[in-house]
Design a protein around this ligand. Structure first.
Ligand code: 13P
Ligand code: SF4
Length: 420
């Protein structure tokens, strides 16, 4: 049983869904993302589907799966490297060669030249990025193809192209006296490879939550405005921190002409925010921050910048998953931390740093439903397939898309996080 299963079985009222105790394979056949914070979100048509995981892996117990993973890893040696995101369950993290946030994992994909195969325990956009940055001949495998990201799904290529066409018609394409073009596209890492390629083609860049400020500085040096997608919250929180007034950050709703704005609002804009959000981080509220402060005087509240702006404003600090990890690691005195991010990461920090009291701002256990899709059963399956000289679930971005996306990703990798 996983740590979350134990909690669900002992205290089902404290979890967002009793389905969390089920294996992710039970959800591979359903149209939604399964249990967890984005269970209400539907996987877009055309998104990759996971075939049925063989019964031998669905029915194996945890000890058996871990033994099989270890044996397959040992047989593969340095031909394979396993990358894991901080939001993965502990049962998967224990097998990762490298654990990190999305910026670090993108870097890591470039620094494992000997491995023939990168097994990416994260979500689809991260595996796509690894494939774009990996060396030729290196394959990237996502153990469960249904591990998407509901936020990334909120901006599709057609809607962004349509938005861009309307903005270009409004702004024109002429640079101003300082050489700044009317608008620069910035996509959050949590987006499809096609949108990263769009940014590469249009003089734009990719950002992660750890380097968003450096990236916006880069964009403002080159453009009068920024179109930021898909996460409105990361865009708003970062631009606000940099002094951009809220009234100069109109939101773009792709279902409405001019995104639901007037031409004047858009002309005056500094950042046009796409209307996407993360279903995990939108669960955090100002009331939770207030309750944490009332219950635990002196608590240090740290949240991820995908949280809504009022939550970020009410917190003591906001930063990427790696920022949060480092902040906890750096605390010398025993401290009480209330953390606003995904539950697997918060629980792991609490176990790693018992000298501190660490709890999730949201009292209900609710993991990211797409990260949840990666289970040791899938990891054992892909590794044993590799041992048998077969390669399932390879993520391959077509070269014409990858070439443009690489331009925007290389710009991102050069934009170091402020706290690095
Ligand atoms: P990081 O960039 O902090 O790793 O976050 C990725 C993510 O998906 C957060 O929801
Ligand atoms: Fe996507 Fe949110 Fe899950 Fe991150 S936590 S992978 S943004 S759904």
């Amino acid at each position: 049983m996983t740590s979350i299963d134990v909690l669900i079985r002992s205290a089902p009222d404290e979890a967002c869904s009793t389905d969390l105790a089920k294996g992710p394979w039970e959800f591979d056949v359903t149209p939604g993302y399964g249990p967890g914070s984005s269970m209400g979100d539907v996987i877009p048509t055309g998104a990759p589907r996971q075939g049925e995981l063989p019964a031998a892996y669905r029915e194996a117990d945890a000890a058996d799966l871990h033994a099989r993973i270890r044996a397959a890893k040992a047989a593969l040696g340095d031909r394979v490297v396993i990358l894991g995101h901080f939001y993965q369950r502990d049962e998967v993290v224990q097998h990762a060669d490298f654990l990190g946030d999305s910026f670090q994992l993108a870097n890591a994909a470039q620094t494992v030249p000997n491995a023939e195969t990168i097994v990416f325990c994260g979500v689809h956009f991260m595996a796509e990025t690894a494939d774009i940055l990996a060396r030729p001949g290196q394959d990237v495998i996502l153990p469960n193809l249904a591990a998407g990201c509901s936020m990334a799904d909120m901006a599709d290529e057609d809607s962004v192209e349509e938005c861009w066409a309307q903005l270009e018609e409004l702004y024109g394409t002429e640079a101003d006296a300082e050489g700044r073009v009317p608008i620069i596209p910035v996509t959050y890492m949590n987006s499809s490879a096609a949108l990263k390629a769009f940014c590469g083609r249009h003089g734009g860049i990719v950002c992660t939550s750890s380097n968003a400020e450096t990236v916006l500085e880069w964009a403002f040096e080159r453009g009068q405005r920024v179109l930021f997608f898909p996460d409105q919250h990361l865009g708003r929180n970062t631009a606000k921190k940099m002094g951009v007034p809220l009234e100069r950050m109109p939101m773009w709703n792709p279902r409405k002409p001019l995104g639901g704005n007037t031409a004047d609002d858009l002309t005056d804009a500094r950042v046009v925010l796409w209307h996407g959000f993360c279903s995990v981080h939108k669960r955090f509220t100002v009331e939770q921050v207030e309750k944490a402060r009332a219950d635990r005087p002196g608590v240090r509240v740290i949240v991820h910048p995908e949280c809504p702006m009022p939550v970020v404003d009410a917190a003591d600090e906001a930063g990427s998953t790696d920022y949060i990890r480092k902040a906890v690691a750096a605390a010398i005195e025993p401290t009480t931390f209330a953390i606003g991010t995904e539950i697997n990461m918060v629980n792991r920090l609490a176990a790693e740093y018992p000298q501190h009291e660490i709890f999730c701002l949201d009292p209900v256990v609710c993991p990211c439903s797409t990260m949840y899709r990666i289970h040791p059963g899938y990891l054992a399956w892909v590794l044993e397939e590799l041992v048998a000289e077969r390669k399932p679930n390879v993520i391959r971005v077509p070269e014409r898309v990858a070439a443009d996306a690489r331009v925007a990703l290389d710009r991102m990798l050069a934009a170091k996080p402020k706290d690095a």
